[in-house]
Design a protein around this ligand. Structure first.
Ligand code: PGA
Length: 254
């Protein structure tokens, strides 16, 4: 297992602010129950709950993240969220390029590239860049060139400073919310692809590679303990209290 794996919970648009507060309190309770934490845990509420969740977790070692941002920090951009504001609200991470945004909001690699640059320009804010093939790429065996092209397009203008952290989450679209995760063995090939891309294109950055897509308390061990990934991005399982409790216990046994 890699030292101190990173586990990021993506709460999506699933909770009312009062429910987000309750869930954050549960996370804090679990976290307080342990003296030492073998992992870093971050939660990403929807943007309207970020401030209230921060109030709950501010004195814990839990981290906060956002699910999206815009590529400018201020201006006439109705409805958008500024990366600088997210940092001011206590966020350490910002997810970009999630497949649900690509699918429902028409987010393109070019938009994602601009967002990554904007996040990298804010000290203390770390991009969590999602990439992933869909079922037909997998079926036609075209997923490798597809993922390489996606990485190249998303990072074409990224200029990280020396040692700056970047998280890349491999989330096969066909595995998200389906209960059918990719196998740790097949994922290893993709982590390798991501790392060799990063070694060439982002040689000075500190890269972490996560797996996401139907991670549960039952399978998280197989994704983290094989030592190849640096952690997991968890959606559905992270918002169900019982499932989260089981997840936390599984993580604590790592
Ligand atoms: P899932 O979602 O864990 O519900 O599959 C993962 C994600 O969308 O980040």
């Amino acid at each position: 297992m890699k030292k101190n794996p990173l586990v990021i919970a993506n709460w999506k648009m699933k909770l009312m602010p009062s429910e987000a507060i309750q869930l954050a309190r549960l996370y804090v309770r679990f976290q307080r129950g342990r003296k030492e934490h073998p992992f870093t845990f971050a939660m990403c509420p929807s943007s309207e709950s970020i401030a209230v969740v921060y109030n709950v977790i501010r004195s814990s070692s839990l981290r906060l993240g956002a699910q999206n941002c815009f590529w400018e920090n201020a201006g006439a951009y109705t409805g958008e969220t500024s990366p600088a504001t997210l940092r001011a609200l206590g966020c350490t991470y910002c997810i970009v390029g999630h497949s649900e945004r690509r699918q429902y909001l028409g987010e393109t690699d070019d938009m994602i590239a601009k967002k990554i640059s904007a996040i990298l320009a804010i000290p203390g804010l770390i991009p969590v860049v999602c990439i992933g093939e869909n079922a037909s790429h997998r079926k036609n065996n075209t997923y490798r060139p597809f993922l390489k092209a996606q990485l190249a397009a998303c990072f074409h203008c990224a200029k990280p400073r020396k040692g700056q952290a970047i998280v890349i989450a491999y989330e096969p679209v066909w595995a998200i919310g389906t209960g059918r995760p990719n196998t740790p063995k097949d994922c290893a090939e993709i982590y390798e692809l991501i790392r060799s891309f990063a070694a060439q294109a982002l040689p000075y950055a500190r890269i972490s590679v996560l797996y996401g897509g139907s991670v549960t308390a039952e399978n998280i061990h197989s994704f983290i303990s094989n030592g190849v990934s640096d952690g997991c991005l968890i959606g559905g399982a992270s918002v169900i209290h019982k499932e989260f409790s089981a997840l936390y216990r599984a993580l604590s046994r790592l």
